[in-house]
Write a protein that binds this ligand. Structure first.
Ligand code: TYD
Ligand code: MG
Length: 465
């Protein structure tokens, strides 16, 4: 008789180990390995013990053919539709991940209300909150009068039997995937096996009926329950809802999208009556700017198709330590080291006895290399103690040789800057044939050293620059 095999599954990344260890080799998280049985469920290997069922032929079909409904259902909440690439896609599964308390249920309640108002059938299944709690939230969001159908349930088979009744829902929201359990798997709810098997059943439901399914997944730090990463590869789209503690705005970031672009963001602000759309994020990120302080530079960035202006703040201060500190919030730390090294090697600027702190204002996170030039400008400005011109934006990539390299979308960046009242730009030479007033007043350094000389030189000719 075959001995029941024991395996340990990382609750963060889902990798399978034959022995327990304190740290998962695959993702490096600590204390995330949990013992799970191997009988049944997804990932349990070939079911040699179970009786094999003879295969049944499926009907093959053509690429062209009838599609009954509009393939997308747009919620009318522009920032959400932008992140999903134009609305929820019928017959697909979308995962919305985020820290607990960030506003996932709030966003989905608002979306559910908006869609139900348009006449779509929306079913909201919560495994976390009681019906009364959800009603209270809906009242607060002014969505209580919408015909959203609500249930508090955690068993997948029961949920699927419920939605099979009556008209097929256009949208099925499951809040959250970690509370679900299915009869198919026998480990505890919240474990990788249960989360995967439940997600699999719901994805199958979406594909076979054409309903759009949205799964909520909590990002977990302690590994007590499986994280959303274990289902990322199974779903058609993954959105992460992010925000910084202490700030009211939230960013919905597309990480995976089989039906649209993945570099879009939606920006919201959490208010006492739910999430408010922020259609011009630049105004938000530049809101608290102190223009005359040294060490601040405005970066003209892009998020997908949309320009976003954000302030980069640097503080360079003499260090009491042998190894000076380098701290970064909102940007890549190796990238900062690179910009510092280029400044030292090619521009004769010394940071070796200084602590360097870099912060992207408002808790925003930048991933574009185009921010290099703005970071360098902020660093030099702080080091020499001279404020940069308040009406100037910066963008451009810096290469290891000290050259300033062109980046895409120069025209759009400049347009946004001009719209927000900026009058000049520092950008790479040869940024396409950009036109407009601000482009005419731009400084286009070929090398980073030119920009450093200009900032340091403004000591003499202050007010000119
Ligand atoms: P919630 O949507 O429950 O978060 P999640 O589902 O991601 O865990 O949002 C919880 C937080 O949002 C909570 O701290 C209260 C706050 N909130 C508001 O500030 N305004 C509102 O209108 C609502 C509904 C929630
Ligand atoms: Mg919630």
């Amino acid at each position: 008789m075959a001995r029941a095999r024991v395996q340990f599954i990382c609750q963060n990344c889902g990798s399978v180990h034959s022995r327990w260890a304190g740290k998962c080799d695959a993702c490096g998280e600590w204390n995330t390995l949990v013992e799970e049985g191997t009988s049944g469920g997804i990932g349990s290997g070939p079911a040699s013990a179970r009786k094999a069922r003879p295969g049944r032929p499926v009907a093959l079909t053509t690429l062209s053919g009838e599609i009954e409904d509009a393939p997308r259902i747009a919620s009318g909440i522009d920032e959400l539709d932008r992140a999903t690439g134009g609305g929820f896609v019928r017959g697909s599964a979308l995962l919305i991940g985020g820290d607990p308390g960030i506003g996932k249920s709030t966003l989905l309640t608002q979306a559910a209300g908006a869609l139900a108002r348009q006449g779509h059938r929306v079913v909201y299944v919560s495994g976390e909150e009681a019906v009364a709690q959800i009603r209270l939230r809906a009242q607060r969001l002014k969505a209580a009068d919408t015909p959203v159908e609500l249930a508090a349930e955690t068993n997948v088979e029961d949920i699927l039997a419920t939605v099979a009744d009556g008209r097929r829902p256009d949208l099925l929201i499951i809040d959250s995937i970690q509370t679900l359990w299915t009869d198919m798997a026998d480990s505890a709810p919240g474990t990788v096996t249960q989360v995967r098997a439940s997600a699999q059943a719901l994805i199958r439901y979406a594909k076979s009926t054409g309903a759009a399914v949205v799964l909520v997944g909590h990002v977990t730090k302690d590994g007590q329950i499986a994280g959303p990463r274990v289902v990322e590869h199974m779903v058609d789209g993954v959105l992460y809802f992010e925000g910084e503690g202490g700030h009211h705005y939230r960013i919905l970031r597309t990480v995976k999208n089989r039906f649209g672009p993945t570099d879009e963001i939606g920006v919201f602000e959490m208010s006492d009556r739910g999430l408010r759309e922020v259609s011009n994020p630049s105004e938000l990120f530049l809101g608290e700017r102190s223009a005359r302080a040294p060490g601040a530079a405005v970066f003209a960035g892009m998020e997908g198709t949309r320009p976003v202006l954000v302030e980069i703040q640097a503080l360079v201060a003499p260090s009491p330590l042998g190894t000076p500190r380098r701290a970064v919030v909102g940007w890549d730390s190796p990238r900062l080291s690179m910009v510092l090294a280029v400044l030292e090697a090619h521009c004769g600027v010394r940071f070796s006895t200084n602590d360097v702190y870099l912060n992207v204002a408002g808790g925003y996170r930048i991933s574009e290399p185009a921010a290099d030039l703005a970071v360098a400008a902020a660093l030099v400005s702080s080091l020499v103690g001279l404020a940069l011109p308040a009406d100037c934006v910066y963008f451009g990539e810096i290469s290891l040789s000290g050259a300033v390299r062109p980046v895409a979308h120069a025209q759009q960046r400049l347009k946004e800057a001009e719209k927000l009242g900026f009058a000049q730009a520092v950008m790479p030479a040869g940024s396409g044939d950009v036109a407009g007033g601000i482009a005419a007043r731009s400084f286009q350094p070929g090398a980073l050293a030119d920009l450093v000389a200009r900032i340091a030189g403004s000591k003499r000719g202050r007010g000119e620059d």
